[in-house]
Design a binder for this molecule. Structure first.
Ligand code: NAG
Ligand code: NAG
Ligand code: NAG
Ligand code: NAG
Ligand code: NAG
Ligand code: NAG
Length: 491
C-alpha cells in the first residue's frame, strides 16, 4: 500500500496524487452467535462471546484482504447486542471515543480504559492493511447535570466504527432511527453526519432502518456528496417492497452512490441479503434462505460513481401526468398489501394498458406477457399514504405484483412462472425520491433488464431474455410528510 497516510504526509503528497479510480469492496453476511437475552453475563463472559463472533469475522477479513479488498464491511449486531435488554446489554459495551482523539487502539490499547473489542478490531485492520467496518455498542456516562440522562446513568448507542489500514479509529456513527423493540439503545439528540475521505472516494455511514428516512441518509448524498455509503444492517425481509437486496440496491440506483450493504444471516428470523451495490450494477449480492452459513461478497467499484443520480435527472411525473387516467375498462378493488390498503386491479389479460389512482397518485401500466400462466395471479396497484402500522413514513407506490391468489395478496408470492415481453410503469409522483425495484422469481434482482427514462417511466430493455417476474415497483418517499420524531418515546 503506497497510499497510506504516513507516506502521504511524509512526502507532502495529496490524496489525489495516489487516488484510485476503482477499488475493491467486501461485505460479509455473518451468522451471529446469540446471547441469552434474559441473562446479564459478567464482563468476561460477554467478551468471550463477542470474541467468538470476531473470530469468524477475522477469517472473513483475512480472506477479503488476500483477495485484494481495500475495505470490508461487517453487519450490524454481528458482534453483540441483538435482542438484549437495557439491563443485559451493559457488560458488552465499550466507551468508543470521538475519532478526533487520533487513536490507534492496536498500538495504545489502554489509552481510553478497557477496550478489548476496539483493540482487536484495530489490530485486524492494521494487520491486514484494510479498512475495517464493524458495529457494536457504545456507552457514555451521564448524570443529572443533563436533564435527558437515562435513569441508569448512561446513554447506549448502536454504533458503527471504521478503522483504517493503520488500525486508527477514523469514524464513529450512532444509529438515529431505532427500529421497534431496540429499547436497549438511545437515539442521539440529532442525526449525525459522519463522513471520511479515502484514496478511493468519500464515504458516509448510516445503519439499517436509517435507510428509510431523510436524515442522515439523503443529506449525506445531496449535501455532502458521498461516493460510497457504508450500510450495516440486521434487516427483516418483508416482501413485496422491502426485501433487503431489493430495496438496498434500489437506493444505490436512485441516489447514484455505491452502497456496501452487510446484513446478518438468520433464516428463521427472515434475515439474509447483502451486496456490493453500485448505481448501474445492482450487485453482486447474496440472498440465501436455504442454508445457515456466512458469506463474503467482493466486487470492484468505481470510486466516483456520480454520473447518474435519478433524483436530479428524472422528472418522475412527466410521462404519467401527460396521459388521461380514465380507463373505463379497468375494474378496481381495495386490497391489502402488507397492511396498506391499495387500489388494485387484476391483470387478467396477457397484455393491456391500465391506469389506477389512490389519493393523489395515479399509476400507469402498459405491459405484455410472453404467455399468461393460469396459475399466476398478477395485480397492478397504487397507494399514496403512510406505510405500516406505526405510520412513521409516507410513501407513494405504483406496483405490479404476483400474488398467491387475490385473497392472499397481503403476503406476496416468492416464485412465479410468467415471463413478460415488455413493461412500462409510471406514476404522478410528487417527490424526486423514487426507488425503482424489479424482482424476478425466487426474489432475485434483475440487473440490466430495465431502465429509467427521463420522463419517469420504468421500462424493460428490449431483447433481454426475460425471466419469470415477481414484481415491478416504483416506490416514492415523501419525506416531508413524515411525522416529527417523538423524543419522549426514545429516552
Ligand atoms: C497479525 O498477523 C500475524 C501474522 O499473520 C499473526 O501472527 C498475529 O497474530 C496477528 N495479530 C493480530 C493481533 O491479529
Ligand atoms: C456530570 O457529567 C458532566 C458531563 O459529563 C461532568 O462534567 C461532571 O463532572 C459530572 N458530575 C458528576 C458529579 O459526576
Ligand atoms: C436465529 O435466531 C433465533 C432467534 O433469535 C435463534 O434462536 C437461532 O439460534 C438463530 N439461528 C442461528 C442459525 O443462529
Ligand atoms: C375503497 O377504499 C376507499 C378509501 O380508501 C373507500 O372510499 C372506498 O369506498 C372503498 N371501496 C370499496 C369498494 O370498498
Ligand atoms: C405500449 O407499449 C408498446 C411497446 O413498447 C408500444 O408499442 C405502445 O405504443 C404502447 N402503448 C401506449 C398506449 O403507450
Ligand atoms: C409522544 O409520546 C408520548 C408517550 O406516548 C405521548 O404522551 C405524547 O403525546 C407524544 N407527543 C407527540 C408530540 O406526539
Amino acid at each position: 500500500m503506497y497510499c497510506s497516510d504516513i507516506f502521504i504526509s511524509v512526502l507532502f503528497f495529496t490524496y489525489s496524487s495516489c487516488a484510485l479510480d476503482t477499488f475493491t469492496a467486501a461485505v460479509y453476511e455473518h451468522v451471529p452467535l446469540f446471547q441469552n437475552p434474559n441473562q446479564a453475563p459478567v464482563q468476561e463472559e460477554a467478551l468471550a462471546l463477542m470474541n467468538k463472533n470476531i473470530d469468524v469475522l477475522e477469517q472473513a477479513v483475512e480472506t477479503a484482504a488476500q483477495k485484494g479488498a481495500h475495505i470490508i464491511v461487517t453487519p450490524e449486531y454481528a458482534i453483540c447486542c441483538l435482542d438484549l435488554s437495557r439491563e443485559t446489554v451493559y457488560p458488552y459495551l465499550e466507551d468508543i471515543p470521538d475519532p478526533e482523539v487520533n487513536w490507534i487502539p492496536c498500538s495504545d490499547p489502554h489509552r481510553f480504559g478497557r477496550a478489548p473489542v476496539q483493540n482487536r478490531l484495530s489490530c485486524m485492520a492494521k494487520n491486514n492493511s484494510i479498512y475495517l467496518v464493524a458495529n457494536f455498542g457504545d456507552k457514555k456516562l451521564c448524570n443529572n447535570s443533563d436533564n435527558n440522562c437515562p435513569e441508569d446513568g448512561h446513554y447506549i448507542y448502536d454504533t458503527t466504527v471504521v478503522f483504517n489500514t493503520e488500525g486508527k479509529l477514523i469514524a464513529r456513527y450512532h444509529k438515529y432511527h431505532l427500529f421497534l423493540g431496540e429499547t436497549q439503545f438511545n437515539r442521539p439528540k440529532e442525526p449525525e453526519i459522519v463522513t471520511f475521505d479515502t484514496p478511493f472516494g468519500k464515504f458516509g455511514i448510516f445503519i439499517c432502518y436509517d435507510i428509510l428516512f431523510h436524515d442522515p441518509a439523503i443529506t449525506l448524498v445531496t449535501q455532502h456528496n458521498v461516493d460510497t455509503v457504508i450500510f450495516t444492517t440486521a434487516w427483516f425481509n418483508t416482501l413485496p417492497h422491502y426485501s433487503a437486496v431489493q430495496f438496498h440496491s434500489s437506493w444505490a440506483m436512485a441516489m447514484g452512490t455505491n452502497l456496501l450493504s452487510s446484513n446478518i444471516h438468520n433464516t428463521s428470523m427472515g434475515m439474509t441479503g447483502s451486496g456490493v451495490f453500485s448505481p448501474d450494477e445492482l450487485g453482486p449480492y447474496y440472498y440465501n434462505k436455504h442454508t445457515d452459513e456466512g458469506h463474503l461478497v467482493i466486487s470492484k467499484l468505481s470510486s466516483h460513481p456520480r454520473k447518474s443520480k435519478l433524483f436530479s435527472s428524472v422528472k418522475w411525473d412527466a410521462y404519467a401526468s401527460s396521459i388521461n387516467h380514465l380507463s373505463p375498462g379497468t375494474k378496481t378493488f381495495n386490497g391489502t398489501i402488507f397492511i396498506d390498503s391499495f387500489t388494485l386491479t387484476e391483470l387478467q389479460d396477457a397484455q393491456g394498458i391500465h391506469s389506477i389512482c389512490h389519493n393523489n397518485l395515479c399509476c400507469h401500466l402498459n405491459y405484455s406477457m410472453v404467455e399468461k400462466r393460469n396459475e399466476d395471479v398478477y395485480v397492478f396497484g397504487a397507494y399514496d399514504g403512510f406505510h405500516g402500522p406505526h405510520k412513521v413514513f409516507h410513501v407513494q407506490v405504483c406496483t405490479v405484483l404476483k400474488c398467491n391468489s387475490l385473497e392472499t395478496c397481503i403476503n406476496a408470492a416468492e416464485t412465479a412462472s410468467t415471463r413478460f415481453e415488455w413493461f412500462s410503469l409510471s406514476g404522478t409522483f410528487n417527490t424526486p425520491y423514487v426507488f425503482p425495484e424489479v424482482l424476478l422469481s425466487d426474489v432475485q434482482l434483475a440487473p440490466k433488464m430495465f431502465r429509467i427514462l427521463e420522463d419517469g417511466r420504468l421500462v424493460s430493455l428490449p431483447d433481454k431474455a426475460s425471466k419469470p417476474l415477481l414484481s415491478i415497483t416504483l416506490l416514492g418517499r415523501n419525506y416531508e410528510k413524515d411525522p416529527a420524531i417523538n423524543m419522549s418515546l426514545l429516552t
